[in-house]
Design a protein around this ligand. Structure first.
Ligand SMILES: [Zn+2]
Length: 105
């Protein structure tokens, strides 16, 4: 199983957020990962997104991570992350364990 983690780019399907998100995928159908949101935005610029506002308005950036306890896959909105003295934390809704993710500034 692909356990790569990092920032992934999502976009509301047909521009409607209720439809869920589709993600930027590589040729093998796996998520394309970036170290930072800035790197993801640069990828979009290189892919032909010219309007800087579209980078914020038309795309979502998620932390792709796996729970170290149960292995559950997570796509976490950056605004859902919590900061504490140990680092950047999320909570697994499956096993209810908190876990830390690597965030590159
Ligand atoms: Zn878990």
């Amino acid at each position: 199983m692909d356990k790569k983690t990092g920032i992934v780019i999502g976009r509301p399907i047909e521009g409607i957020s209720l439809n869920g998100l589709e993600y930027a995928l590589d040729e093998q159908g796996g998520y394309i990962h970036f170290k930072t949101i800035d790197e993801a935005k640069q990828f979009l610029r290189d892919s032909g997104v010219e309007d800087e506002d579209d980078l914020e308005d038309c795309f979502m950036y998620k932390h792709h991570a796996f729970c170290p306890q149960c292995g559950e896959e997570h796509l976490i909105d950056p605004s859902d992350l919590l900061e504490d003295e140990m680092g950047t934390r999320s909570n697994c809704e499956k096993c209810e364990a908190p876990f830390y993710i690597t965030v590159t500034p």
